[in-house]
Design a protein around this ligand. Structure first.
Ligand code: SF4
Length: 71
């Protein structure tokens, strides 16, 4: 399970993340900067979210592993 964080302050408003994972990322209607729709996406979207973080031209997306009790 992962937690996604974004930083609209450094976002370049490219829209790449929303294009890749529209279920998780959105853009502000005012300035196009990133907004998070789902900070804890389902497992099926984790790979796409990681790809979005890697491709973000501003480095504004961080993906953190969450601690689970399953270990
Ligand atoms: S890919 Fe990065 S720079 Fe582009 S909208 Fe998303 S967070 Fe902003």
């Amino acid at each position: 399970m992962v937690e996604v964080r974004v930083d609209p302050e450094i976002c370049a408003a490219s829209g790449m993340c929303k294009l890749l994972v529209p279920a998780v990322f959105d853009q502000s209607e005012e300035d196009g900067t990133v907004r998070l729709t789902d900070p804890v996406p389902p497992a099926a979207l984790e790979a796409k979210v990681r790809t979005a973080a890697l491709r973000c031209p501003a480095g504004a997306i961080a993906v953190h592993e969450m601690e689970t009790d399953a270990s």
